[in-house]
Ligand binder design. Structure first.
Ligand code: NAP
Length: 449
């Protein structure tokens, strides 16, 4: 504030601490320094970098070494620090540092989805208590504005579904497998060589990263606290070149999807166990989607999120979901908002979890399935296989049979069935004498029925 208490045109600096100077932090620091004049105009006061916390001081980072410190806690606690940007990642010490900043009334901008997926409640409460802001646009889908549209633009609408490709590494791998026909291991090795996959790719390929983002998206979309543990998760490491090949044969490709869905209460359900409330289903898994689906053309390391709202209809957000500069763009947008709020006395919307919708178990969630079987090449097999599907109440949409050297391949596409009905069917199929193996079961999403 100026001495007159008027926010505009102040020379009084807003002190910023940046925690972490890796891929994202480096770009955040660069933008703060290179675009200081524009930022000053947009905020109404100069943003001044007070310090940058890192682990190692013996690395040349191209900035004044005086700005660097390994004591992140002391940096956060400095009196001339008003805003904290957390881009160090991980749970500890990020959780404590963000908590400390918020408790002291210092607004925080973070890109840390892993932390938010489990601790948003705790951090939002600290922010609420001290009237500080907690911003996290960069935590989901990098540069793509999707958090703010869900929190603000759609706050007067009713969101029914959010479906996204929110992990660039897995999308790069699946796109490459689709294009080249190469198998999973070779494609992962290539992704690692090109820098699209980390040395330990588990968080990406097993769907943990996407599940954290799904938890954040579902919380925002359905005004309900959803944590990573509420998200059903499967990764892509079991997807084979054969899955891509059979998907292509039915006009589909395979994508790792994060799906957040409102499951409406059945009519006449008020007396039911759920008390007539809608439920929500939040899940991450690889799925076939038709090539004409808007998410099918999202290739390489790009991300996209489709939001379906009652009045807005279908909205699609597309762009770079990761990378230093794109992610820093989202961080900077939040930083400008937090800085403006400091001056104007406004606040970011706090956590909204009033709806408290129950989570629907995956076993109750109906989807379509694409089941790939190796079977004996003789008469009666089709009938036996179809019989097991019927026996378990799983209705078949199409069956395709291809002869092979050591038998035949059957590809069965089902209508909607629950996970539990399908699991029972698969177990029964595996027992059939005429079925050599159930090679794969992949869900089918994005079809009309
Ligand atoms: P990164 O390259 O690994 O950088 C982490 C930085 O934090 C490094 O500078 C490291 O210091 C510093 N650091 C780590 N622990 C520290 C500690 N205890 N004390 C002080 N400094 C510490 O990570 P990143 O890729 O920039 O990602 C940062 C955050 O952004 C993560 O939460 C990530 O999930 C999120 N994010 C990243 C992307 C992306 O494309 N990279 C996209 C969206 C969101 P040293 O340099 O000394 O090792």
């Amino acid at each position: 504030m100026t001495d007159q208490g008027h926010p505009f045109g102040s020379d009084h600096p807003i002190g910023v601490a940046v925690l972490g100077m890796g891929n994202v932090g480096t770009e955040v620091v660069r933008i703060i320094q290179e675009q200081s004049q524009d930022l000053r105009q947009r905020v109404g006061a100069p943003l001044v970098l007070r310090g940058v916390a890192v682990r190692r001081l013996d690395v040349d980072r191209g900035i004044d070494p005086e700005l660097l410190t390994t004591d992140a806690r002391a940096l956060v606690n400095r009196e001339d620090v008003d805003l904290v940007v957390e881009v160090m990642g991980g749970i500890d010490p990020a959780r404590e540092l963000i908590g400390t900043a918020l408790t002291a009334g210092k607004s925080v901008v973070t890109a840390n989805k892993a932390l938010l997926a489990d601790y948003t409640g705790e951090l939002a409460a600290a922010a609420e208590h001290s009237r500080a802001d907690l911003y996290f646009e960069a935590a989901v889908a990098g540069a793509i504005p999707v958090v703010r549209p869900l929190i603000q633009s759609l706050s007067g609408d009713r969101v029914n579904r959010v479906v996204g490709i929110v992990n660039g590494t897995t999308n790069f791998i699946l796109s490459a497998m689709d294009e080249t026909g190469a198998d999973y291991s070779a494609t992962l090795a290539e992704a690692t060589r090109l820098g699209y996959a980390e040395a330990d790719p588990t968080a990406d390929v097993e769907g943990f990263d996407a599940a954290a983002k799904a938890a954040i998206l579902a919380s925002l979309a359905f005004h309900t606290r959803v944590t990573a543990a509420d998200v059903y998760r499967e990764g892509i490491s079991r997807i084979t070149s054969e899955d891509l090949e059979t998907a292509a044969a039915v006009g589909c490709t395979v994508k790792l999807l994060a799906i957040c869905e409102r499951v409406p209460a059945s009519p006449g359900e008020p007396g039911s166990a759920q008390g007539g409330k809608d439920r929500i289903s939040v899940r991450v898994y690889p799925a076939l989607i038709p090539r004409k689906h808007p998410l099918s053309s999202v290739s390489g390391a790009f991300n996209a999120v489709v939001v379906e709202a009652e009045n807005a209809g279908r909205l699609m957000f597309y762009g770079q979901g990761a990378g230093g500069a794109p992610t820093a763009s989202a961080v900077m947008g939040d930083l400008v908002m937090a800085a403006r709020n400091k001056f104007f006395g406004g606040r970011a919307p706090g956590e909204s979890v009033y709806a408290e919708l129950p989570i629907a178990p995956i076993g109750d969630t109906p989807t379509r399935y694409h089941v790939n079987l190796k079977v004996a090449d003789r008469t009666g097999v089709l009938q036996a296989v179809a019989g097991e599907f019927a026996q378990h109440g799983v209705s078949i949409s199409t069956v395709r049979q291809e002869g092979q050297d050591e038998g035949a391949r059957l590809v069965v596409v089902t209508h909607h069935a629950t996970e539990s009905a399908l699991a029972d069917t698969v177990a029964a199929l595996a027992e059939l004498e005429s079925v050599t193996s159930v090679t794969s079961v992949v869900r089918l999403e994005g079809t009309e029925e």
